[in-house]
Design a protein. Structure first.
Length: 151
């Protein structure tokens, strides 16, 4: 079994290496404004998944994905040499759409705030249905004494 701390160190190192290589060595014009957000590696150190975000529209995202796919060999060899492992890990690139999820959550929260304001507006003139005292009280019982208690 591989030490989990070692796996985390290698994953962090892979993230740093890929970000540095993308910034300095890859000169593909399809590469957009990219940020390497995370890297995860399997316990046997053979497969690594690199997460990235891209600023721009869907054309920029697809262009960046194609540029990363074409530079995968260079990235893998550089990462393998830098890590000093017996086997260079295979790299898989995954678009990290955290920004889209955050935007969707913000929209949902804004809609919830608007509906909450609507509920409060409707609640301002509301009256309770039924009796003001919904619980039946026997007249012979003393208030504050529960049923079954000794007096």
């Amino acid at each position: 079994m591989t030490d989990p701390a070692r796996v985390r160190r290698h994953a962090e190192r892979i993230r740093e290496l890929v970000a540095s290589i993308v910034r300095t060595q890859i000169k593909d014009p399809r590469l957009g404004m990219i940020t390497i957000t995370d890297a995860r590696i399997t316990g046997d150190l053979r497969d690594a998944t690199v997460f990235y975000t891209v600023l721009g529209d869907s054309a920029a995202k697809t262009g960046t994905a194609a540029a990363l796919d074409s530079a995968k060999g260079l990235l893998r060899s550089t990462v393998g040499k830098a890590l000093g492992l017996r086997h260079s890990p295979t790299l898989t690139f995954v678009l990290d759409d955290v920004q889209d999820h955050a935007k969707h959550i913000d929209e949902l929260l804004a809609a919830a705030r608007e509906s909450d304001a609507e509920v409060q507006r409707l609640d301002a003139g509301a009256e309770y249905a039924g009796d003001p005292q919904p619980y039946k009280v026997d007249e012979d019982e003393e208030p504050g004494v529960a049923v079954g208690e000794d007096r």
